[in-house]
Each structure stands twice: as C-alpha cells, then as structure tokens.
Design a protein around this ligand. Sequence first.
Ligand SMILES: Cc1ncc(COP(=O)(O)O)c(C=O)c1O
Length: 397
Amino acid sequence: MSKSDDESLRPATKLVQGGRRPEWTGDPRLGGGVVNPPVWRASTILYDSIADLEARGHATHDKLYYGRRGTPTVWALADALTDMEPGAAGTLLYPSGVAANSAGLLALLAPGDHLLMVDSAYEPTRAFCDGLLARYGVTTTYYDPLVGAGIADLITPATKLIFLESPGSLTFEVQDIPAITAAARGRGVLTMLDNTWATPLLFPALAHGVDVAMMSLTKYVGGHSDAMMGSLTATKAVWPRLRSAAYQLGQAVAPDDCALMLRGLRTLDVRMARHGENGLTVAKWLAARADVGRVLHPALPGDPGHMIWSRDFAGTSGLFGFTLKGVDAAARTRFIDALSLFGIGFSWGGYESLVVPSNPIRTATAWTDPDPLVRLSIGLEDPADLIADLTRGFAAL
Ligand SMILES: Cc1ncc(COP(=O)(O)O)c(C=O)c1O
C-alpha cells in the first residue's frame, strides 16, 4: 500500500504520494527509507532455493521474478498512475505511447472483429489500424469525432471496441465521451481513450465510463523531453486481457526511464496549471489578430468544443493549434523558421515550447479549412517572451 491508495486524497496529493510504498523506498536493515523508489536495474533475479522460485510463480505481479516483469521502480510508476484513475485495477507500461496504443488494440481485438476509430486520431494509431491490424483480420471504420451518441448507429454485431482521442491532437475536436461510453456499454462494446492531452489530472477517464485509458508519458508526465514511455490503465474487467497480451508481447520498460517518469509525475499538477495558463494567454493573443484564421483551443469560449470541454474537463493543457489566414504553406514555413524560442520539433508536453506545421489526415470527415495549420506546445517560459517571438513570425509572413 502507498498512501495514494487512499481514495479520499485529492489528485495533487496522490501525485506526491503515488508509488512510494515503504517496501519500495525503505530497507529496514538500514533503519529507514528514502523519498523516491531507487532505480532497481535487473534482468536476472536470484532465488534462495527452488522452493522460493516456485513460490513466486507466474501469477504474482509485484514480486521480483524476472527483469521483464519489472522491479520496484517500474511498479512504483505503474502504481502511481493507477492511483490517479479512480476505478482502475492496474497500469501496464510500454516503451512508447505508440507501443501502448498498439498493444491495447491487439489485446482487445481478434480476427473478424470491427473497430470504430476516431477520424482525428494520431497518425501512427491510424497506421496501425490500416496496417498490422488489418492484416490480422480486424476491420476499422473511422468516425466523425463529433458523432456523440450517434456512435450507436455505427456499432455492428462485430464491433468490439471504440477508440477515442479527445481533444484530437492536431485538430482539437472535443468528443462527447460520456455519450459515447454510454452507447458502448449498452451494446457490450469496450472503449479505449488516448488521454495524453489531458492526463487523468484534467480528465479521469475511467470515471467517465472509459474501459482503458492510454497515455503517452513521453509528453506531460515526463515533462522534460528526455524519455519515452506509454501506459494503459484499465478497469478490473479488462486488466487481465491487457496483462496477458503484455506477457506475450514481451514489451518491457527501463527502470531508469521509470525513475525519470516518476520525477516528472511529482510536479505534473503545477506544470500542467502553468502550461494551461500560458497556453491560454498565447491563444487569446492569437485569436485577437487579423492574420489568424482561427484558434483551435477548447478552453476558448468561442471554440466549438468549449461546452463539452467545460462540462467534462478540470482544466486545459498547453497544446493547441491555429491557422494562418489567407496564406499558403510557404508562408507558414517562413513563419515557423522566423521563431527562435519555439523549437521546431515533434512531441509536446515538455517544459520548452515547440511548434510544428500540421496537415490533418481525414477519411470519414473532410478537413476543409484552406488555411495552413500550425500546432503549438506552450511551455513554461514567460508568455510575454513567447508572444514577442510569435510577433517575429507574423512579421515574416
Ligand atoms: C495523441 C498522441 N498519442 C500518442 C502519441 C505517441 O506517443 P509516443 O511518442 O510516446 O510514442 C503521440 C505522440 O506525439 C500523440 O500525440
């Protein structure tokens, strides 16, 4: 037990207490404990005897058995993430967010099954559906992110899973997750959500009816752009299927990376608040400019997703998009190249601001906005400096 197992604790407190079980942080032979679970690196685990080896068996989870099964550093991170999702039975860790998404889809789908995939999903998620999953005999139908309760009309007898990503990480549509999960539950269909944008701090997914919550920990949880990892946190009903698939697929994460993720997790609450606040300052400034077409940010009152976002989310992160009005892609390149505080780079959620051009891929719906789209990940800099940097970009248009 760690103190964050206490359901009455609030999320910021759970982030601090999570995974710090005395058996992972303290050694009675040394007379006390340390604050953070140390980095336990291991492949081989040594047993006292064959009886000891047999006693630890395959059924146990948090007993040292073999390196791939994890060590206390790995379990501490998984445990802390589970405690952040009320209603969760456990968390599995994967070497990247993409690996987590693919493992979850494989675990929950079988040949002949039908998957409903949101049209605004992160591109590699689509690639997995159109590639390996199709070869494995799973058919995918992409659906409008704004479908809401209308998802019920798309469910067939073969549908086993609905995948959501909200807000979409390029186009920021907010899905009506409670309506979709209610329709799914009524038909015995599972739901899985890419919750990387919000994290359970802003959107506890399982409490909103989702069966499996996925996160790319690479983003806000790590927070420092120096480690990659993904997670799946699931209800009791689904957890054994994920665990069995993880055992078969053999994906393992490094304890050193888990220690980095745990370090990031402790400050997630304060960082997220600042990312959100800085992002909104920049978004409002952009929205007031004549050379901006629109700002795609659900926390802005005029945004089409604002109502659902206000109803369901406890705050905003710092990732959003905007369009450059009436210019071509070459002007977007000049705009981005003129920035100096914003790094040009993929990923997001780190302490440093990033910018990328984005080109949405759609098959079920059309992305009709002719203006070039830019995505910003707003970091922890002073927003006045970021605004000055963006002003240089607009001057280069
Ligand atoms: C929404 C979303 N999900 C998943 C991922 C994949 O995460 P990772 O880079 O850790 O594989 C990303 C990465 O950009 C993402 O934006």
